[in-house]
Design a protein around this ligand. Sequence first.
Ligand SMILES: Cc1cc2nc3c(=O)[nH]c(=O)nc-3n(C[C@H](O)[C@H](O)[C@H](O)COP(=O)(O)OP(=O)(O)OC[C@H]3O[C@@H](n4cnc5c(N)ncnc54)[C@H](O)[C@@H]3O)c2cc1C
Length: 309
Amino acid sequence: MIRRLLLSLSRSNGVKTLVTTAPGVGGVVSRFAAGETDEDAVRATRELLADGFKVTLDHLGEDTLDRRQAEQTRDAYLTILGRLADAGLTSGAEVSVKLSAVGQALPGDGPKIATDNARAICEAAHAAGTAVTLDMEDHTTTDLTLETLRELRADFPDTGAVLQAYLHRTEADCHDLAHAGSRIRLCKGAYKEPESVAFQARSDVDRAFVRCLKILMAGEGYPMVATHDSRLVAVTEALTVRHQRSKGSYEFQMLYGVRRDEQRRLNAAGETMRIYVPYGSEWYGYLVRRMAERPANLMLGARAMLGRD
Ligand SMILES: Cc1cc2nc3c(=O)[nH]c(=O)nc-3n(C[C@H](O)[C@H](O)[C@H](O)COP(=O)(O)OP(=O)(O)OC[C@H]3O[C@@H](n4cnc5c(N)ncnc54)[C@H](O)[C@@H]3O)c2cc1C
């Protein structure tokens, strides 16, 4: 119930204003995000790469209904890609983009605007020697996002996509997208979704994750296994043996600041371990979803706001 409440709050502007202006919240934000500036993002990337990790950078922001803001987000990605290239970091760092942050929900031709903005980001990533992954948002956007993926992959075949195991449709999407060269991030799914489209029980989501993982691992694409769940990491390790997948033909992904012990263990075992690194000032929605995943994080936030952390 707490999870569903928090997921509703992640899209509430009133609560957003209250939380983002609260004293003490900065400490919680810095646990899950690299910082607000480009310098923070480059610094975090440099440190993670030096430790042997890979990185995907997320310029925080989502759900924009303002065209100018969508363009600013696009430009922020162009800037950070230039900064990464100048710093010689693009061999290990890519970017993750939410289409709702670059205009997908704008009235009228939002999907086209988002695709055009994402295309500009793909061009800049390509010029910098790296790639883009399109994050997946709530189920009302899945078809639009996969359509944008199809269009972008015509010119940039290394564009990655995300599939969410909690959606009933995802096994079929895995079959469609498990082809050679296809970079697919599999995650459980982080949004509040109705029963009509998504599994609700954790155990059902976990079982669906395993079914999807089996399809991706048996396929010819490049699975990006995004989970902090130790059992699912173990299932992945077993499937790599079954399908004789060599290290480097798939990767693990985890969020910045979450299960650093497990991140280090996989890295030390020679696995490709990519860290999803959010940065920027629009951290509210991202942070509330992290709290929904783990109520202990909620206590962390409450204590910080009360000045006890
Ligand atoms: C790299 C990456 C990219 C993602 N991209 C997307 C996306 O595009 N779209 C989307 O809908 N979702 C995305 N997600 C979020 C994902 O859908 C899940 O909500 C999230 O990963 C939690 O699920 P889990 O698999 O880690 O399992 P859970 O069962 O939620 O967690 C397993 C264990 O991991 C630890 N843990 C998990 N989350 C946290 C946390 N926030 N804080 C502290 N500990 C935690 C806990 O110990 C927990 O018991 C992404 C996740 C990752 C790792």
